[in-house]
Design a protein around this ligand. Structure first.
Ligand SMILES: NC(=O)c1ccc[n+]([C@@H]2O[C@H](COP(=O)([O-])OP(=O)(O)OC[C@H]3O[C@@H](n4cnc5c(N)ncnc54)[C@H](O)[C@@H]3O)[C@@H](O)[C@H]2O)c1
Length: 435
């Protein structure tokens, strides 16, 4: 945390928000911002639009909106761009996704239709359940990266944008461990030249964004900006990055409930999570290679919050199972069931059952907005590299350096707000006695 209020560049001019992927999440995000902009709806779920932040000690009574406290881009100043191998534009994407009712889409349909998807850098091998049709003709990976860089500059000029950010809202790619090609920027660039098969499309987008000085966040669980090559590039180009995998639905609840169990020293014996989902994301995750990526992202949460090494009696023997079942009739309206086996005083067992009838994209859309606005803020503050304070939004938060990630939603929230306080020259809130 380096800056204070005097050195933060103002949020003047237009901010372009680019999303690789124009599916359920991205179209719901764009439609939501347009609806709010037109006075048709409220931006529920968004911290940048709705949350207040306490400043100073409790008796000072200072509690402004975050948007009045830090200089964020205004919703009226946002422009939208996207790439997709299937969707033609945001209107078509919203209709396919079926998240929003027709009468909510109708008043903004013209604006949605105007968000036309650019041809994607897409490779069927990384998302086996999709057949891309609107795909770039360039075959070489270096040429594909250059084509994306050209798209970014064209968008910047055509839309008159002063600044850009990119948020990956594309499908979850097949599971991959980082390899030699990801180990440094030089190795990655050699890999682009040689068409290394272990460079995934999302990594090419991340490379194009960072090379263009555009902050990048990854909303999916696949490797993208969380590889040494991208961290190095982000540092070199002085661009902020954040990831990964939007924290919505079951994992959001998991990171709310498990800190509470731990706070009260209640033990956990098992956590079985299953859910049914019928959107395109569910279809992609029906492929074992894409599901593996998601599973790894979801399973990491409990261990870091509960610290079984510190509390072996309480959390040393947990069966944690996560299932996602593709079930088309549900569309985007996911239903999740959690069975949580806990134990208390003298080891007596108890159970918690959670049945969450959620709407995936309704929970994810405000995250896209907040990430776009906060990443843009971080860039104007002069931050670069991994933005840990944005862990709040991710299932698998990318830590800065070799530190362990922080999964506890409430610690993440404190970190986010304290970061904003410090940047604006205020004291962090520690909740100590006098505070
Ligand atoms: N909705 C949530 O709650 C949530 C939570 C966490 C993560 N995510 C992740 O966010 C991503 C988007 O979710 P969604 O529900 O919108 O899925 P979706 O399937 O509706 O949309 C994804 C879009 O990405 C496109 N795409 C695939 N490969 C691409 C490429 N190489 N370049 C550009 N576009 C590409 C697809 O054609 C599709 O239109 C998924 O990876 C999902 O796992 C979603």
């Amino acid at each position: 945390m380096t800056s204070t209020t005097s050195s933060i560049a103002p949020a003047t001019g237009r901010l372009g928000v680019l999303t690789p992927g124009l599916g359920a999440v991205a179209s719901t995000f764009v439609a939501g911002v347009l609806s709010v902009r037109n006075g048709l709806a409220a931006p529920i779920g968004s911290l940048t639009q709705m949350a207040h932040i306490r400043l100073g000690s409790r008796d000072e009574g200072r509690n402004p909106l975050i948007s009045d406290f830090v200089p964020l881009a205004a919703l009226d100043d946002l422009a939208f761009g996207a790439w997709d191998p299937i969707s033609a534009n945001a209107l078509e994407a919203a209709a396919t996704a079926g998240v929003l009712e027709t009468n909510d889409v109708a008043p903004i349909s013209g604006e949605l239709e105007g968000v036309v998807a650019m041809d994607a850098v897409f490779d069927h091998r990384w998302v086996k359940r999709l057949d891309g049709r609107r795909v770039k003709t360039q075959q070489g990976k270096l040429e594909q990266a250059q084509a994306l860089i050209d798209d970014i500059e064209r968008f910047r000029n055509e839309q008159g944008c002063d600044r850009l950010v990119m948020v990956w809202c594309g499908s979850t790619e097949a599971y991959q461990e980082p390899g030699e090609v990801h180990s440094s920027l030089a190795a990655f660039e050699r890999g682009l030249e040689r068409d290394d098969p272990t460079i995934a499309p999302s990594q090419i987008y991340a490379y194009a964004a960072l090379s263009s000085g555009v902050p990048y966040a990854n909303g999916a669980p696949n490797l993208s900006c969380d590889i040494p090559a991208m961290v190095e590039l982000a540092r070199e180009r002085e661009v902020p990055i954040a990831g990964k995998d939007f924290k919505t639905g079951q994992t959001l609840l998991k990171t709310m409930i498990s800190p509470g169990l731990k706070a009260r020293m209640l033990g956990l014996r098992g956590w079985y999570s299953t859910n049914i989902l019928g959107n395109r994301d569910g279809e992609v995750l029906d492929d074992p290679e894409s599901f593996k990526t998601k599973e790894v992202s979801k399973l990491g949460v409990l261990d870091t919050i509960l610290q079984p090494d510190v509390y072996p009696q309480l959390f040393g023997d947990i069966d944690h199972v996560v299932r996602i079942n593709y079930y088309p009739p549900r569309g985007d309206n996911k239903e999740g069931w959690d069975n949580i086996d806990i134990f208390g005083w003298l080891g007596y067992p108890m159970q918690i059952k959670v049945n969450f009838l959620c709407r995936d994209s309704i929970l994810a859309a405000p995250i896209v907005l907040d990430l776009a606005l906060f990443l843009d803020l971080a860039a104007r503050v002069g931050q670069s590299g991994v933005q840990e304070w944005l862990s709040f939004y991710f299932k698998s938060p990318e830590p800065a350096g070799d530190l362990p990630p922080e999964h506890d939603l409430f610690i993440q929230q404190t970190k986010l707000k304290n970061t904003l306080r410090v940047w604006m020259g205020e004291l962090p809130v520690t909740h100590s006695e006098a505070d």
